[in-house]
Design a protein around this ligand. Structure first.
Ligand code: ADP
Ligand code: ZN
Length: 724
């Protein structure tokens, strides 16, 4: 009995198409279908199929993936609604959102089995000590992989082979390994402080309510937030539901996995780019089948097809890493709230420095505000001071002012760790020829090349272009004439090593080479105390606990404050609070020094005084006065193309086609802050609307009315852009 069904295809220019199915298929069933010259994996969708065309003219579904349990749709109604919601919010094609759900093609393959052995006959006549050990392990009647059995019994694989030939054991096919062990919500109960218990009670109550809610878990660094949200995870698991914990840079903040393991006696499933495809496929299937109870993952974990999700925790909810900028520009924190709403379960947003958006939502009562105001006993907040660079100047050609140098010397003298923080990779952000003034810039972007001395290359931080550091200036031919302008971490490390040659020092930056594995290892070495002096970028600002770290020196606290961006103050506040918060996390006694030219800037003052509220008050008042988020809504439209004149002309035509809208302002088109990226010229239009306006509806109407783009020109829309 064939049927006609509607299938959503994961293709940018595609949507739903009708196909002939071998039988009636429920929406959410995953299928392979011919699409143009190739085949794609899509999902049967809720749209009504096209009944106007005769089935004889439709193509047929080539394969139906049967889902666990057999016959049930894999993408349930909530998941499909979520896909629709994200597409509507971001104005991305639905198929592109579906593509994020189906991005592990291996997950749909039949699960591989493994060769194993099981007890099949009488014990062999001749017993040896090795055979006895093997037989002892087999008494429970379980089956083992051959290698696993040999290893556990401490015998060579030939002993197992011998038992198979003797007929004692038989070869069997074992099912694939289960994705994750069952977590035990009661395995280890930590002793929570009074504040923590009260907070945990609130979270557990939200889990028990079985309804949509959002809780902002707001507590200074080291206040024990992780311990608190683990209690919500425990309650969720105990209630038979699945929990998702999202963390920025999860591939690097690996120690948290061990923490989950200590709490639940089982490793959570991990989901991020450094997890190999086969393991990811297992997590995907496990999440869909309900076998995987806890997933700790990056933002893309939000698109896993959980069977019975009951909680999402978004740790460090303010973090920029939750925003995806390309393809489907979405903010995983906001979309997590949407997913909780659709699935009717609580979402916990945790941060020491909540985003202005979340803070306003809490102030206005839309989110429950759960506050941890102190560090756990034994750990006090660091004492932070400003070093006024207008008065204490570094020596010529140096970047560390005398008070910071002195403080580092004292910390090292006491056997403590010190961290010098500068959020700039490489040796110097700009290189010029001292003879002719030539500046090295990217051939494909409007950006300077950054000198990476350790790699011996000049690199573009926008497109990844690199070239060798030349010996002679390409413009004038002068030899050894290159001059580094400004500092990056490598240059600070050079200066620090010259000042403190005895200290064991290390640079922690994402581009040193060696990838995730090396960075993880180095972070662990720092935590173990193998280094005294750390020079790092924002890589070190997040999530890590370095027990011996007592002093954090911020080389340039003003970096990022002056760029005029909507979130400049907020981002700088968050970064400075996070990085100084690394000091004294264990045992207290931490201090921070901020080198600044603007000690009176409200952000610097808030960090120095420890008065977070002062910052939130000022910043929220300013957003309100200017109608910026969350008091107004924004969208950025980037028009890009290979030819500058053609791109600009299209940007102007596009702007002219804007429908009129009550209260809507348009700025531009103007050159985007990064005017050329990967050889494409970029123009930007900024749209601001009151909160009450449905900006998506307005943009959709605009897109429908806009002139078609030609000559490789593309239009990308970013609702709620991170910068403005
Ligand atoms: P946050 O997530 O707020 O930064 P964590 O939960 O990581 O804080 O806790 C900071 C440190 O304090 C960790 O080393 C943690 O093990 C420890 N800690 C948390 N809660 C307690 C507690 N109740 N008693 C003792 N130590 C605690
Ligand atoms: Zn470039």
């Amino acid at each position: 009995m064939t049927a006609v069904v509607s299938v959503l295809v994961p293709v940018a220019l595609g949507d739903c198409y009708s196909y002939v199915a071998p039988r009636e298929l429920a929406p959410g069933t995953i299928v392979r279908v011919p699409f143009g010259p190739r085949e794609v994996v899509g999902a049967v969708w809720d749209d009504a199929p096209d009944t106007g065309r005769s089935p004889a003219k439709l193509k047929a579904i080539s394969h139906v993936f049967d889902a666990p349990p057999p016959g049930a749709p894999l993408l349930d109604a909530d998941m499909r609604r979520f896909v629709e919601w994200v597409a509507r919010w971001t104005l991305a094609p639905r198929g592109m959102v579906l593509r994020m759900v189906l991005r592990v093609p291996e997950a749909l393959d039949p699960e591989p089995t493994r060769p194993g052995v099981a007890l099949a006959g009488a014990p062999p006549e001749r017993m040896t000590p090795a055979r006895t050990r093997v037989m002892a392990l087999l008494e429970g009647g379980l089956s083992w992989t051959k290698a696993g059995l040999a290893e556990t019994a401490g015998v060579s694989p030939s002993v197992i082979d011998g038992l198979v030939s003797a007929g004692t054991l038989a070869a069997v096919e074992l099912p694939p390994p289960t994705a994750a062990a069952r977590p035990d919500p009661d395995f280890h109960h930590p002793d929570l402080t009074g504040d923590q218990s009260a907070a945990a009670d609130q979270l557990r109550a939200a889990v028990a309510r079985d309804a949509a809610s959002v809780l902002l878990l707001d507590g200074v660094t080291g206040s024990g937030k992780t311990e608190v949200f683990l209690e919500a995870v425990a309650a969720t698991v105990a209630a038979g539901k699945q929990a998702l914990i999202m963390m920025p840079e999860i591939a690097l903040t690996h120690s948290v996995i061990a923490r989950f393991e200590r709490r639940f006696a089982a490793r959570p499933a991990e989901w991020h780019s450094a997890v190999p495809p086969a393991q990811r496929a297992r997590v995907w299937r496990g999440a869909a089948a309900g076998d995987v109870r806890i997933v700790v993952g990056a933002r893309s974990a939000l698109f896993l097809p959980f069977r019975e999700l009951g909680l999402i925790v978004v740790d460090e909810e303010h973090d920029n890493a939750y925003k995806q900028d390309d393809r489907v520009p979405y903010n995983a924190r906001d979309m997590a709230v949407v997913r909780g709403h659709i699935g009717r379960f609580p979402v916990v947003l945790a941060s020491a420095t909540p985003s202005i958006e979340s803070r306003v939502n809490a102030d206005q009562g839309r989110y429950a505000h759960v506050i941890l105001s102190d560090r756990v006993p034994g750990a006090s907040l660091p004492d932070v001071r400003a070093v006024d660079l207008r008065q204490s100047r570094p020596e010529k050609g140096r970047w560390l002012a005398p008070p910071l140098v002195a403080a580092v010397g004292e910390a090292l003298g006491r056997g403590e760790q010190a961290l010098l923080f500068l959020n700039r990779r490489g040796y110097a952000p700009l290189t010029v020829c001292g003879a002719c003034g030539h500046r090295f810039s990217c051939p494909d972007c409007s950006a300077w090349l950054v000198d990476h001395r350790l790699r011996g290359r000049l690199a573009c931080h926008h497109c990844g272009h690199t070239e060798p550091r030349p010996e002679a200036c390409p413009a004038c031919g002068a030899l050894d004439s290159l001059v580094a302008c400004g500092p990056g971490v490598e240059r600070i490390a050079e200066e620090a090593q010259a000042l403190f040659p005895e200290a064991r020092s290390i640079i922690l930056s994402s581009d040193i080479g060696g990838g995730t594995e090396r960075i993880r290892r180095e972070l662990q070495l720092v935590a173990d105390g193998a280094f005294d002096l750390i020079v790092g970028t924002q890589l070190v600002a997040k999530g890590h606990t370095f027990p011996r770290l007592k002093l954090v020196g911020v080389v340039d606290a003003d970096l990022g404050l002056m760029n005029g961006d909507l979130r400049a103050a907020e981002r700088t506040f968050q970064l400075l609070a996070q990085v100084t918060g690394r000091a004294g996390r264990m045992g207290g006694g931490g201090s921070g020094l901020l080198q600044t030219h603007a000690p009176d800037h409200p952000v610097i003052r808030a960090i120095v005084s420890g008065d977070r509220e002062a910052f939130y008050r000022t910043e929220i008042a300013e957003r309100m006065a200017t109608g910026l988020p969350p008091f107004g809504r924004l969208a950025a439209i980037i028009i890009s193309g290979p030819d500058r004149a053609e791109t600009e002309a299209h940007a102007r035509a596009f702007a002219r086609s804007a429908p009129s809208g009550e209260g809507i302002d348009m700025l531009g088109p103007a050159e985007a802050p990064l005017a050329i990226l990967r050889g494409r010229h970029r123009f930007r239009l900024l749209i601001r609307s009151p909160r009450t306006v449905d900006i998506q509806a307005y943009l959709r109407a605009w897109l429908a009315a806009a002139p078609p783009a030609r000559g490789g020109v593309r239009v990308m829309i970013d609702v709620d852009p991170q910068s403005f």
